[in-house]
Design a protein. Structure first.
Length: 172
């Protein structure tokens, strides 16, 4: 084949690509997909942003720890914490995974595990991992510190939250 044949082939390929691109652009403007009034399904634990003018949600009342921890089941908390172990090391080996190790996390200041790259919002949060903050965290990390790297939706059951916090208190 000579160079003229190659030019025709390349021109045909480029012409076809440009034609497809133009047809797609025109079709996008003509046939806009309508957004549904109501979503087809709701993902548990995901909070929609209502916009800049929306009021902040009311602060949820924290439980009385003397009562809650007395009735919490450390064994059930260990079983529930299997969800946490996908990303965190709960053993005394203290190795970082996708998330930092959380052995002895109770009363530890936020973002202090050496060798782990924490998100900016968590570093600036000023948190100490006490019972109240741990409960809010396991209920929904993104609700507590928006913009942090943890994508866990949270535990909706108050009993599971108390059990997990009781288990974390036992890891010392």
């Amino acid at each position: 084949m000579d160079s003229f044949e190659w030019n025709k082939i390349i021109g045909a390929v480029l012409g076809t690509a440009i034609f497809i691109f133009v047809v797609r652009l025109v079709a996008e403007h003509i046939y806009e997909a309508e957004q549904p009034a109501k979503p087809g399904y709701v993902v548990e634990g995901v909070v929609e942003n209502a916009g800049p003018g929306a009021a902040a949600p009311a602060e949820e009342a924290l439980p009385d720890w003397g009562t809650v921890l007395a009735s919490a089941d450390v064994g059930a908390g260990k079983a529930t914490s299997a969800k946490c172990e996908a990303c965190h090391d709960l053993s005394s080996a203290k190795t970082n995974k996708i998330g930092p190790e959380i052995w002895g996390v109770v009363d530890r200041p936020r973002a202090t595990v050496a060798g782990f790259a924490y998100s900016g919002p968590l570093q600036k949060s000023g948190l100490t991992w006490n019972e109240a903050n741990l409960t809010k965290w396991v209920a929904g990390p993104q609700r507590m510190v928006p913009g942090n790297k943890m994508m866990f939706p949270g535990l909706t059951s108050k009993k599971q939250q108390a059990d997990v916090v009781a288990y974390l208190l036992a890891l010392k």
